[in-house]
Design a protein around this ligand. Structure first.
Ligand code: PLP
Length: 391
């Protein structure tokens, strides 16, 4: 274990303070480290491994694809890209998809698509309104719309023309919209920012504002999408459809892949040949992962499963909170929930790991629970037992 840790520490740019654990293998909703210790996983590689670990159907599909073809470039057609795009179109109700390698790039592409739309329409608009406490990724474009000063300041100057509004405050969004605004970007449920759910009035109000101004609504569904809230995508539970949306994390079940998608009305005035591209984006292996992931999600009705287990998780967390002074409140829905603590969450997370439970934080003092979507009630019980002891 120490050898792996030492060689990693020596070799990598020090951007993460990692916990001293070396994971080697996963099975279902459990992870195993190099010492053979078993962990119940309520993090899913940061909301990525929706199907948990060792799904044989997914693994076999990936193995077959590796044997056939992993990569060709986007200069040619391949056998999985169209299928994956079709699957995403079906579950997103969007019309056009662009595949990326990460969430950050999906955001980057969504911003470019919105700027191109304004450009082609000749509106002279280029500004974005983004939300405080948002998280959209780490490239200069994505970090420019991320509502956390600590992430932006060392890399200034940022993209010009980004204004921040208060999440769940429609008046604040109105105040930030100018005749130069081309789009409003938000997560329907902020993950990194502390598990903050948009209210129905807020989502509906933003849709109305965007329509009135003739500007675009961009939803970042990278963390809250793919069944995690109990809807396939969080915006669907509001009945408010964005013009552009970004996905990543769970759509490839661990194969690095993201996507942004748009309606036909946007596509008609947006990116054209030469405007955008990616060497890896949507390669045969990534697309095989997306197509198979969506197939399993739909066949097993994982979103329906999340609604059931998520309700049970909420009930058990409420019970835990009621009997524990260290917890201020429960937050979130489905299988993206959190508990806000009176103190920073670091020590609890570290002790949970010692006790065989993997959880992560959101902001300083929220413990974020984003388990594989296949967890059952007994796993919730097991998690609550450990968390109660640790707290
Ligand atoms: C993780 C995340 C991103 C960035 O995705 P990467 O794959 O890490 O680049 C963007 N937005 C949200 C909401 C996220 O949770």
């Amino acid at each position: 274990m120490n050898q792996y840790i030492e060689e990693t520490k020596k070799g990598l740019v020090h951007t993460y303070n990692r916990f001293p654990v070396v994971f080697e293998r996963g099975e279902g909703v459990y992870l195993y480290d190099t010492e053979g210790k078993k962990y119940l996983d309520f993090a899913a590689g940061i909301a990525v491994c929706g199907l948990g670990y060792g799904n044989q159907e997914l693994n076999q599909t990936l193995k077959d694809q590796i044997d056939h073809l992993m990569h060709t470039s986007n200069l040619y057609y391949n056998t999985t890209c169209g299928k994956a795009a079709g699957a995403l179109r079906r579950i997103t109700d969007m019309d056009r998809v662009f595949f990326t390698n990460s969430g950050t790039e999906a955001i980057e592409g969504a911003l470019k698509a919105a700027r191109k739309y304004a450009f082609k329409k000749g509106t002279g608009r280029y500004e974005f309104v983004a939300m405080e406490n948002s998280f959209h990724g780490r490239s200069i474009g994505a970090v420019s719309v991320t509502g956390s000063e600590a992430y932006r300041t060392p890399f200034e100057p940022m993209l010009p023309g980004v204004r921040f509004a208060e999440f769940n405050n429609l008046d604040s969004v109105k105040e930030q919209i100018t005749d130069k605004t081309c789009a409003v970007i938000l997560e329907p449920l902020q993950g990194e920012g502390g598990i903050n759910q948009a209210s129905k009035e807020f989502m509906e109000g933003i849709r109305r504002l965007c329509d009135e101004e003739g500007i675009l609504m961009i939803c970042d569904e990278i963390q809250c999408g793919m069944g995690r809230t109990g809807a396939m995508f969080a915006w669907q539970s509001y009945g408010v459809k964005p013009d552009i949306m970004a996905m990543a994390k769970a759509i490839g079940s661990g194969i690095p892949v993201g996507a942004f998608a748009m309606t036909e009305a946007v596509a008609e005035y947006s990116l054209e040949p030469g405007d955008h591209g990616s060497t890896y984006g949507g390669n045969p292996l990534a697309c095989a992962a997306v197509a198979k992931t969506v197939e399993i999600f739909e066949r097993e009705d994982l979103a329906g499963h999340v609604r059931k287990v998520g309700a049970y998780l909420a009930e058990k967390l409420d019970e835990l909170a009621a009997g524990c002074d260290a917890i201020m409140e429960r937050r979130g829905t489905g299988l993206i929930q959190g508990i806000r603590l009176v103190k920073p969450a670091g020590e609890v997370i570290s002790r949970a790991l010692d006790a065989g439970l993997v959880v992560i934080s959101a902001r300083d003092n929220v413990i974020r629970l984003v388990p594989p979507l296949i967890i059952e009630e007994r796993h919730v019980d097991e998690m609550i037992d450990i968390l109660r002891r640790v707290l």
